[in-house]
Design a protein around this ligand. Structure first.
Ligand code: ATP
Ligand code: IP8
Length: 269
């Protein structure tokens, strides 16, 4: 996408495992957030790239939704109000960090622009025109995993990962960077298996093979790392490179944005 002097659009997912501590409900990782904002700012000083940020639910969204599912079996009206409130609160922390570092960030809550068509399984429609206009103007739209209304089932969780791939199609992005709290995609969970091996490169065609069963994760209602891969597999991507890197390592985001010296996984379509 070429507009108003912007050469390309890069999509960055600020993983909930990076910006919050998923072991403790409602805990923000403020120093890491500030460090990421600083890296983005330094990069934007150098390159005329459009950036769209999406952040995850981390210890704000996931434990609350989990509690609703185990208590009520679904997202009730009360639950929707509560999760929606706390996701906006997390978003405020993110916005605060970005704006304090000089980034022209604008928040777009997906709960206000997206609707789940309860009839067609996973089909979600979002009014993303606003995102396109803002990024064209050189601003940095910030979306996040959220709870959204559903025509069939009252409410549904829309993950930040799903939003990233919707945006990739809409904005014809060629680069997507996922920041998590591990060094990339491993052959098994590196937090559980000490002998897990980092997968440095992976072809998009091989992603589906890796996601054989329904993803499950201790803290995560949207499937954790395997949920990310499952989401990737649903979209028609071409000429896209996806980087999964550790957002807690200082300078990693900056280097990945510049395409140099970063440790992580690259998946290409
Ligand atoms: P959020 O959904 O809150 O935004 P996130 O996008 O930062 O979170 P998670 O969904 O928590 O990331 O996924 C990262 C976690 O996935 C890691 O902490 C790691 O323990 C776990 N994981 C499970 N399997 C793997 C794997 N094969 N490779 C890498 N990480 C894995
Ligand atoms: O963390 C989930 O978004 P994700 C958002 O990007 C909620 O999967 C509300 C749990």
């Amino acid at each position: 996408m070429k507009h108003c002097g912007i050469d390309e659009v890069v999509l960055v997912k600020l993983g909930g495992s990076v910006i919050t501590d998923k072991e403790y409900p409602l805990s923000v990782n403020a120093p890491v957030l500030l460090q990421l904002a600083e890296q983005l700012y330094m990069y934007l000083l150098k390159r005329r790239t459009g950036i769209v940020l999406v952040h995850g639910g981390g210890s704000f969204g996931h434990p609350l939704v989990k509690e609703c599912y185990s208590r009520d079996g679904l997202i009730t009206h009360e639950c929707y109000v509560r999760v929606s409130y706390y996701m906006r609160l997390l978003n405020i922390y993110v916005m605060e960090a970005l704006i304090s570092q000089g980034i022209k960030a604008v928040s777009i809550p997906p709960g206000s622009i997206c609707l789940h068509d309860g009839v067609n399984g996973d089909y979600v429609k979002c009014e993303m025109g606003i995102v396109k206009s803002l990024v064209k103007n050189g601003l940095v739209p910030v979306l996040f995993g959220d709870v959204i209304p559903s025509l069939g089932n009252c409410y549904k969780v829309l993950s930040g990962d799903a939003i990233i791939f919707m945006l990739a199609e809409l904005l014809e992005a060629h680069r997507i960077i996922f920041l998590t709290d591990v060094d990339g995609l491993y052959d098994k969970d590196p937090k559980v298996y000490r002998d897990a091996k980092l997968i440095k490169k992976l072809r998009g065609d091989d992603v589906r093979r890796l996601v054989k069963k329904r993803p499950a994760s201790k803290h995560d209602v949207t499937g954790g790392m395997l949920g990310k891969l499952a989401e990737m597999g649903k979209h028609r991507l071409s000429d896209v490179s996806i980087y999964i890197i550790n957002g807690k390592v200082k300078g990693n985001l900056y280097n990945a944005l510049l395409g140099r010296n970063f440790r992580g996984t690259v998946i290409w379509y």
